[in-house]
Design a protein around this ligand. Sequence first.
Ligand code: NAD
Ligand code: ZN
Length: 411
Amino acid sequence: MDGPSRKQLWDAGTTHFAKIFSDRRGFGKAHWQGSSRVSMQQTFIPVPLPQQTYQIAIASGGLTQLGPWLQDRSLQSARLGQKVLIVSNPQIWKHYGEIVQDSLAKAGFQVEHFLLPAGERYKTPRSIQKIYDYALNFKLERSSTLVALGGGVIGDMTGFAAATWLRGIHFVQVPTSLLAMVDASIGGKTGVNHPQGKNLIGAFYQPRFVLIDPDTLKTLARREFRAGMAEVIKYGVIWDLELFEQLEGCDRTDQYRYLPSQILTEILTRSAQAKADVVTQDEKEAGLRAILNYGHTIGHAIESLTGYRRFNHGEAVALGMVAAADIAVQLKWWSAEDAQRQHQLIQKTGLPTALPADFAIDAVADVLLTDKKVKDGKVRFILPTQLGEVKITDQVPGEVIVNALKGMKAS
Ligand SMILES: NC(=O)c1ccc[n+]([C@@H]2O[C@H](COP(=O)([O-])OP(=O)(O)OC[C@H]3O[C@@H](n4cnc5c(N)ncnc54)[C@H](O)[C@@H]3O)[C@@H](O)[C@H]2O)c1
Ligand SMILES: [Zn+2]
């Protein structure tokens, strides 16, 4: 199966970056808001879905504005009730909890918070149960709101709790990791892990609002920052050539502190827009949304074969993108020069491009076939055809995959 290319979608009048400047409601516009204390650049990206449109706000220092923005009827499609429960973890709460809680309280909300331990291993039904218990005690109602303040783990769990408590209460995402800002917080996938597999339990449930404050990245561990950058590079390759070129033009992309704030804001905006574009066109993963799995087919296999310890998700995706690029070049779908540009950008970002010498290539085939994204026994690959465009295929011969992986072994 070959999916539509970006060019085709573009020609068909897809929402794209330029369009955010002409949104009819007047959002989607970068503008300066002066106030007595702060002068803040804000960008609003609308995510128009059949049930509701919601906004993604990108604003440096925006955490202080969460309360007013949740009260702003021009930004909210529904009036939110008085009660708000913030779900976070202690690592994040110690930096940003008070700011968010104060902002909400000052705007008139009745706010409480509930902290779960940090880490993927707590992304379980048990943690959801704990959120339910707190919700019960706090007497959350249908009109109440759960706010996720944290990375993708907190976002996925809080979203699932919001989707299921009283059959669905309001949900707001305040992502604080780069991966959550550009990926996990947008698109409505929520859920928890089962002992037999990641994200096996879940629901599609859209937030009412997403607030991205780039300033929170200053406390994120460098390795986590680079992991998020893998997804940013992915959007450049699959969707947005200008984003890719912008990253190429940066002196360093491996640490938050080397990115000038305006560039960082633009990178976040373009990435969030890319994800919003794709999910708007394919909310429930019927087709196009699969392109977001670029680098993930082999990336997931690498994560699983190395016990989810050696590489984090972004690192595995970086390796998966290198492998996919090589496959595309072998099949003569993509030029070796462009694949090299991708390789260099991944390297500049401090992400791995080589597999460990002891990596069991033979085992990859078995893992590929057990992936939950496998359809009718066929492994689906997303392969670039040029920078900013990819195609979906299930016709990659096994030896081409093995060749690609062999070429990536550290000597
Ligand atoms: N829903 C989706 O569409 C989607 C997409 C991609 C990934 N995910 C999920 O997201 C999860 C991974 O997300 P993640 O990479 O954000 O991991 P994470 O939530 O575990 O966060 C990584 C670490 O960084 C810490 N952290 C986060 N923000 C911080 C900050 N500003 N300052 C200091 N520390 C901070 C967290 O406490 C955690 O220790 C996975 O469970 C994955 O399945 C979901
Ligand atoms: Zn990913």
